[in-house]
Design a protein around this ligand. Sequence first.
Ligand code: F3S
Length: 391
Amino acid sequence: MHLTKEEERAYDGEFGWANQICMKILVRLGELFNATRLIRINSAHVSGVSYKTLGDAPLEFLETLANADVKVKAKATLNPQSIDKEYLCKRLPPDTCQKQRKIIEYFAKMGFNQSLTCTPYYLEKPTRTSHLAWSESSAVIYTNSVIGAWTNREGGPSALAAAIIGKTPNYGIHKTGNRQPKILVKVERRLQNEVEFGALGIFLGKILGDKIPIIQGLQNASEDNLKQLGAALASTGMVNMFYHKNIDIRASEIEKITVEAVDIKQTIENLNTTKTQKPDLVFIGCPHCSLNEIKQIAELIGNKKVKNGTELWVCTSRYTKEKAGKYVERIEQSGAHLITDTCAVVTWTDKLGIKTIMTNSAKTAHYAPPLNKAEIILTPLKNCLKTAFEG
Ligand code: F3S
């Protein structure tokens, strides 16, 4: 890999231990993937922020890095943590919350924006074709496919290193040639709701490997539907982008597959792990809700009140919550919890006594059984809300 004089000096440790280790992470990564140089990034987004998923091992490293007085050289945001400020932090063990706060303190010391969301693109929409180093798979696939910015799916450490150095190796999806579709997917039936879009993602992720698809038949897809599709696709597969509009390619040159209605139906059935329709928790907001979704939820709630014995969480970013004003009020007046900074997957729902989660997110349905020891009811938003209000 070619390094500039300045980069070489960082690599040799002239700018301190922290810069050196970050530069070494990036160079090693670049060498692994045959990058030729480092390129400047517009932003970095770091996952692996939740103490639940991180554990104790990386705490010391983060502390040492933060105490080395190193600062980010690109705009840098953080994925959700394991607690919020007002609700869950009061229900979880104090020492656990204390450790989580420490993690955020270390990141803040390095100059990270405490965005604590998996939808950093609502905070600031990346410009088309700008280079990023993001490590939240749902955000990576959304920004590549819907927004048109360019980022590989980084690991937590490489996104952190990219934020500190302000650069990333020019490998993978940063190269035009690697953004070419390899397979044409024809969706036979018009998808009806966000759960079906998510199910399509789960289904395709398992069969595509890392082949970038052109998905035909999504004419009715809203950006929120595409967010569900991408989040699920990146959960079961290694794909970091998809095309959802026709692009100029000779269809005869690439592999083709068809997704039938029965594939979607079976995927949804498989994601549902229980027959009960009585959840302990109804969870909306994976990935974190957009302003449009918050508005839709508030309108569907109207003047209703959450039924006793059920919890309703609506998860979003601080930024979206701030923008949502009167909709937030309406949601909270219903007895629902509008939660920022975290979600039902990256917090300890099992420690809160939650055994069954109802959600409209296929990504949550995929992860909550192994990570939260929870049974899943996967059903569209309207049903989720109906259950929360009527039981
Ligand atoms: Fe975001 Fe949590 Fe889902 S981090 S993508 S809401 S699992």
